[in-house]
Design a protein around this ligand. Sequence first.
Ligand code: ADP
Length: 326
Amino acid sequence: MKKRVYSGIRATGRLHLGNYLGAVKGMLAVQEQYDCVFAVVDLHTITVPYDPKTLSQSVREIILDYLAAGLDPEKCLLEIQSRVPQHTELAYLLSTIYQVARLEDLPTYKEKKAQYPQYVNMGLLFYPVLMAADIMLYKGDFVPVGIDQEPHLEVTREIARKFNQMFGPTFPEPVRFKTPGEYVPSLAGSGKMSKSIEGSFINLTDDLETIKKRLASAPTDSGTAGGALPKEGGVANLFKMLQLFRADDVYKKYEQDYIAGKIRYSDLKHDLADVIFTELQPFQQRRKEFENNPKRVDEILEKSNEACRKEAEETMGEVRAKMGLV
Ligand code: ADP
């Protein structure tokens, strides 16, 4: 049997380089060889403050990003999570075999609690259980996501193991499908690139001018430091970006300038912007083609979600029977 893959992205904004290198690149690699479902996880999106009037457009933007990046509906299924109601049913069933204390202890839950103290809802606590259900609904073996998702995947494995022990072998224990860009740093100098941190990201739809502007505000140092390259901070992050985009010659040139204490960061940022934009150009062209053909996108979604519901229902039949719900 072919291995199965599931991965999803929240509809909280346009995709950025972190999403692309950490998740989408992995999706592109696995769609060639495995049975894959790639989702826009709108039910996860609504666990933080959002605007119901713009949600469906935000979902659409991610679908367009997926298609433009090269996810091929002939090779994989593109899912909108809320159109497959089995996700919530499975999540509820799985929640009955998992302990609350473990969820309260997860770093992502603690971060979100601190970020939105007025919006600490059940859905936020429940997030990792729904994520486990997302993956397990399709009996996923591999999950192409960034390294920040590892604690959630650990929860998924624990739930799968517990289910198998209690009700008989049913689910694989999924592992992360890793990419070289599993952690793309923030442009703001510390932490990861994230949609919710202003100044941290470059979007896949940004034009050259915007990329230059975003890089211009990235922090550096006086340019006279010399010695070995720093391991963290703004300068380290700019070099990491050059590495992630495989700009080896540009990297070497500026590394030598840094060591000699004569680096010009404006030049480095200019060259980095060119490198990034060159990689994004074909993506942006393809995205325009899909934007101009909404009917084709609707058809893809209709067909994909229908197939997803069918697969999901097969798993649910098995789960209900094993749990005695017949
Ligand atoms: P964000 O944090 O920007 O809101 P999501 O939480 O929606 O992004 O994550 C979508 C996918 O992108 C996940 O697989 C996540 O691991 C990956 N991802 C997000 N940010 C980064 C990053 N800076 N580096 C690598 N992967 C990332």
